[in-house]
Design a protein around this ligand. Structure first.
Ligand code: ATP
Ligand code: MG
Length: 248
């Protein structure tokens, strides 16, 4: 048990979740390395959502609302850190959820499938029982694609993604929204919209924005949504994210 008074309580809690995911068998060991890299960048931005990240979240939500077939892609880290938050976002934005693992094994897929089902999310795509297609030009088990999900998706949220998958998804004509604490990763640069923030903060913020847009009717105002998207430059946003890193 981590004492609540510990100055790094939140961070240690996340670390614990990732460690448990490894023990439970659905996270690859390299997922822990990815988490460590994320922690370092989170430290540098002060472990809070910047105004820059908030702008990216708004553009992301607008993009999802304009999509025909939006899909939220989940891996081991995402499941460990934000499974409930992802389900909430999918509900708020009417998106599908699909499993995609860098180191795909039937066991890992089975555990993640079960975790989503236990939380009432029955229709998880990319599972073991589905006959999967493959994303072109990506020659690995992580190229698996559900026909009704990532294969035909026009917009995809890919938290904690690897650079070459992000690049190939973009080449396949998809709008890619990344959540990545590293503003200079290939994923961050390749994606259509990059949210430089911790997934545990970014996803709930997206849900909040999505619900606000619904309540105000803006979610159904195509012109409003398009304006947000058109005013967003990922290049500029990444520059601002980099500037938010303070070395004191
Ligand atoms: P790329 O292939 O895009 O250049 P990489 O190979 O350096 O990136 P990967 O291990 O492929 O990195 O992906 C993990 C990414 O996820 C890292 O950039 C890391 O900063 C980021 N990350 C880790 N934990 C979190 C988190 N909790 N929230 C958001 N991003 C995170
Ligand atoms: Mg990589």
């Amino acid at each position: 048990m981590i004492p609540k008074t510990h100055p790094r309580y939140e961070s240690l809690l996340l670390r614990d979740k990732v460690k448990n995911a490894l023990k439970e068998g659905y996270l690859a060991d390299s997922g822990m390395i990815a988490h460590g890299r994320g922690e370092a960048f989170d430290y540098l931005i002060g472990e809070k959502t910047t105004e820059t990240a908030k702008k990216a979240c708004e553009a992301a939500v607008a993009t999802i609302y304009l999509a025909k077939n939006p899909v939220l892609s989940v891996n081991g880290n995402t499941t460990a850190l934000a499974i409930d938050e992802i389900i909430e976002l999918a509900k708020a934005t009417n998106s599908k959820i699909e499993i995609n693992l860098f180191y795909r094994t039937p066991e890992r897929v089975e555990i993640i499938t079960k975790m989503f089902k236990e939380r009432g999310w029955e229709k998880i795509l990319g599972g073991n029982d589905e006959e999967l297609a493959y994303i072109d030009n990506l020659n690995s088990p992580r190229a698996t694609a559900s026909e009704e999900g990532s294969y035909t998706a026009d917009v995809m949220l890919v938290p904690l993604e690897d650079g070459d998958r992000a690049e190939i998804l973009v080449q396949n004509g998809k709008k890619i929204i990344a959540i990545d604490l590293n503003p200079v990763s290939r994923t961050a640069k390749m994606s259509t919209i990059t949210i430089v923030d911790n997934i545990v903060r970014a996803v709930p913020l997206m849900t909040k924005i999505a619900n606000e847009f619904k309540e105000s009717g803006k979610a159904y105002d195509k012109e409003f949504l398009e304006k947000i998207v058109n005013n967003f430059s990922n290049e500029e946003n990444l520059k601002d994210s980099l500037a938010a890193i303070e070395l004191k």
